[in-house]
Design a protein around this ligand. Structure first.
Ligand code: PLP
Length: 378
């Protein structure tokens, strides 16, 4: 089977026990475990609101939709974003009829505040920051910029479940934080996510929008006997975006082990780091920002011969990945081609090495040995 990039690990018996509770109770949908995971997530992150979703992609879309609605943004409103991300991030901007404006990345592969500031125009309304691989990069400087220019801040924390910065979960400063609990993320379920708004009124709108725009309060307030449950009001053309109790059941078990699992990921990363010590002239591990305790969703190196190295590693049954291809290389975003030279250059030189909980020190040593053997020196 070789050494894969990502292999999720589940505490199978515990997950089955949580799922069994749902099945026995006859409650697999919205409510019950979805409420429980929201409460646990608020406790874990310290963020004031949390709403459980069926993915992070819909979360990013809702984040922009609600800010656009509440702030009265027009369709020419610009959102500054990164070209080094999964396409979900940037598609979410387009879903809402807003304009993605790409800014370049720094040495952490995260948005570079200097370039972000250069890309601000009179139409800029928000910055969408992605904590790549769990790294916080220069997030604090982006927070300052957003304050200075009165911009909204959205944190795509799809890789950041369990990341801390100087001991706390980053995101309290952002208007909204979106996490992914997709199948291969650090808190894997099958598909789900969490959206955490700073403002209660945004959280309230969000809860209506994720269930077809239905306002449950109208019947909850006037009829506690339940006979008039069908007599709700519908305030918005909402969506079917909420999470369900089966996903929440798996997530609740995974959350118990998140810190322990991430600690092991950091151990794997430090084994890689030691192996590449003394080879930095041709194998450059992407650094974790000072003060960041990364979730270590990824371990990324920069090399001279990425494509050839990838093929050579595949020959040894090692299967790394690339996070990510410069999004302006995609037809959808080609209008911005050439606007982020650092991102473009890095996207051709970076490689994500296998990083998952089933790896041993022996596996890391084997991968590192092969990388050292095949990485181009010139
Ligand atoms: C995975 C991912 C998403 C989307 O998450 P889903 O839960 O699969 O919708 C968004 N942004 C980034 C950076 C991701 O890696």
């Amino acid at each position: 089977m070789g050494i894969q990039l990502f292999v999720p690990t589940f505490r199978v018996d515990e997950c089955l026990e949580e799922i069994r509770e749902c099945l026995e109770k006859g409650w697999t949908g919205l409510g019950y475990k979805t409420v429980e995971i929201e409460e646990k997530w608020k406790e874990y992150t310290g963020l004031p609101h949390a709403h459980f979703l069926n993915s992070a992609t819909v979360g990013l879309s809702l984040a922009l939709k609600i800010l656009k609605l509440e702030e009265g943004w027009q369709d020419d409103a610009e959102v500054i974003t990164t070209p080094l991300t999964f396409v979900s991030t940037n598609h979410a901007i387009l879903y809402e009829g807003l304009q993605p404006v790409f800014a370049d990345v720094d040495q952490y592969l995260c948005l570079d505040p200097i370039d972000v500031e250069k890309k601000i125009t009179s139409r800029t309304k928000a910055v969408l920051f992605v904590g790549i691989g769990g790294n916080t990069g220069q997030y604090n400087k982006i927070v300052e910029l957003c304050r200075k220019y009165n911009l909204k801040l959205i944190l795509d924390a799809a890789h950041m479940a369990g990341t801390r910065q100087n001991g706390v979960v980053p995101g309290a400063e952002a208007d909204v934080v979106v996490y992914s609990f997709q199948a291969v993320k650090n808190l894997p379920t099958a598909d789900s996510g969490m959206i955490c708004f700073k403002e209660q009124r945004h959280d309230e709108i969000c809860r209506k929008l994720t269930w077809l725009g239905i306002n449950k309060d109208t019947y909850a307030r006037s009829n506690d006997k339940g006979a008039y449950k069908w007599k709700y009001d519908v305030e918005y053309v909402g969506y079917k975006y909420h999470g369900n109790s089966i996903m929440a059941a798996i997530g609740l078990v995974q959350l118990k082990y998140l810190d322990q699992d991430n600690a092991y990921r950091r151990q794997l990363a430090s084994w890689y780091d030691s192996a590449f010590d003394g080879h930095h002239d041709y194998i450059k591990p992407i650094a974790v920002a000072p003060g960041c305790e990364s979730s270590r969703h990824l371990y990324v190196i920069e090399v001279n011969n990425r494509d050839n190295l990838l093929l050579a590693l595949n020959e040894c049954e090692i299967y790394p990945g690339v996070h990510y291809r410069d999004n302006t290389d995609y037809r959808m975003y080609a209008y911005a081609k050439g606007t982020c030279p650092n991102s473009h250059r890095l996207s051709e030189r970076i490689l994500s090495l296998p990083m998952h909980l089933r790896m041993t020190k022996k596996d890391v040593d084997y991968v590192a040995e092969k990388v050292i053997q095949y990485a181009g020196r010139g």
